[in-house]
Design a protein around this ligand. Structure first.
Ligand code: FAD
Ligand code: DHB
Length: 392
């Protein structure tokens, strides 16, 4: 049994799986260690919006075929408030688009690509711990099939999400963490129904935010702002539809199409950044280093941008004996991350009911919404952030 890999990737989310796929294309071997089962990873309902740059990377690296076929290419989004809907023409404004394609479908495509070339992936591992990250030969210990194993490597990629073990393995003295926890969450549902709209609707209403997204011609994804401590099971379908209808109602007679709700969950919201994203031979990527509230649809896209950069830096290290990319990884990645942090925070503050804000700020919020939908400059600012700045 092999005991050394150039790169050990902890976590089989979008960050870890895409990194190991990119490394493979560059001729660098890796193993992915994941604490959940393959079935759980492939079925967890999360993000849905892929930026243009994410679409391009999936296409260019040979894992975009099903996304092109089954995903929905969108050229605009709508902002709804005051009983009216306003289109932000993403493509007219920026020349770029987004694709709505579920994160777990991206994950399935990446796992299939790794499996097709017999890439090493271990699911259902437990008790993962990282060691000797400040040496040139770090190691990762874990338990699988009842046995404790230890693998050595040249680099560890910490792609194990916000609750993983890699970030805490960096000494607290070198880490600086920035955080904001929001006093609201999202209630998310999956509905068996046809789409109600050709484009995503982001609605700001006195009762709170609502978002109408899609998954397929027969399955729709919807969210509405709720108390973060809300229990999803406590909500009847009738009560959910009442909130969604009220918050998205429009003076032009448009109405949301109902259908059986087959999945409900409550999502807490936070902004978080850990800097630096590297210590010794451990590099963090994706949610292990940063979290955004989902309003800007940036989380998965940031994970993709991080590993794109990290894969190139590792390629330079292994094939050109050039460490500059690895040394500059954290600083360069954080530039994009802070931009997305600001955009996600700004969208969140503009679109949600802010019970903590004084009436003055609520008037500011309304004025900002009106400006964003009426000024080309302001619409463009939203659009260029939403479709994603080019991945450098
Ligand atoms: P994760 O997807 O969290 O993957 C980490 C993996 O590591 C997991 O599989 C986990 O099981 C595993 N792991 C954890 N600990 C260990 C350990 N100790 N050992 C081994 N494995 C471990 N983003 C967008 O871009 N667009 C959107 O539209 C969007 N909408 C969202 C909607 C919702 C409701 C939510 C919750 C999130 C949304 N996001 C969105 C965010 C997006 O889902 C995340 O940013 C993305 O999953 C990050 O990918 P990741 O690979 O970094 O982390
Ligand atoms: C979806 C999620 C988001 O966070 C968002 O901003 C838009 C769409 C979705 O799950 O479809």
């Amino acid at each position: 049994m092999r005991t050394h890999f150039p790169v050990i990737v902890v976590g089989a989310g979008p960050a870890g799986l895409l990194l190991s796929h990119l490394l493979h294309l560059q001729g660098i071997e890796s193993i992915v260690l994941e604490s959940r089962s393959r079935a759980a990873v492939e079925s967890t309902i999360r993000a849905g919006v892929l930026e243009q740059g994410t679409m391009d990377i999936l296409n260019e690296t040979g894992v975009g075929e099903r996304m092109r076929r089954e995903g929905a290419l969108h050229h605009g989004i709508e902002l709804a408030f005051g009983g009216q809907r306003h289109r932000i023409a993403l493509t007219d404004l920026t020349g770029r688009a987004i694709t709505v394609y579920a994160q777990h479908e991206v994950i399935k495509d990446l796992i299939a690509a790794r499996a097709a070339v017999h890439g090493d992936m271990l699911f259902d591992v437990s008790d993962v711990s990282v060691h000797d990250i400040d040496s040139t030969q770090p190691s990762v210990q874990f338990r699988v099939n009842g046995q404790v194993r230890r693998l050595t490597c040249d680099f560890i990629a910490g792609c194990d999400g916000f609750h993983g073990v890699c970030r805490p393995a960096m000494p607290a003295s070198v880490r600086e963490e920035y955080q904001r926890v929001y006093p609201f969450g999202w209630f998310g549902v999956l509905v068996e129904a046809p789409p109600s709209s050709d484009e995503l609707i982001y609605a700001a209403h006195e009762r709170g935010f609502a978002l109408i997204s899609t998954r397929s011609p027969t399955v729709q994804r919807m969210y509405f702002q709720c108390d973060p401590s809300e229990r999803a099971e406590a909500w009847s379908d009738e009560r959910i539809w009442h909130e969604l209808h009220t918050r998205t109602e429009s003076h032009d007679g448009w109405r949301l199409k109902e259908g059986p709700i087959f999945q409900k969950s409550v999502i807490a919201m936070r902004s978080f950044v850990c800097t630096p994203m590297q210590y010794g031979r451990l590099f963090l990527a994706g949610d292990s280093a940063h979290i955004v509230p989902p309003t800007g649809a940036k989380g998965m896209n940031l994970a993709v941008a991080d590993v794109w950069r990290l894969a190139r830096a590792l390629d330079d290290f292994f094939h050109r004996d050039d460490e500059a990319g690895l040394r500059g990884y954290s600083e360069a990645a954080l530039k994009r991350i802070w931009r997305a942090e600001h955009f996600s925070y700004w969208m969140t503050r503009m679109m949600h009911r802010l019970d903590d804000a004084p009436p003055f700020e609520q008037q500011m919020q309304r004025s900002e919404l009106e400006y964003v939908v009426s000024s080309r400059a302001a619409s463009l600012m939203l659009a260029e952030n939403y479709v994603g700045l080019p991945i450098a």
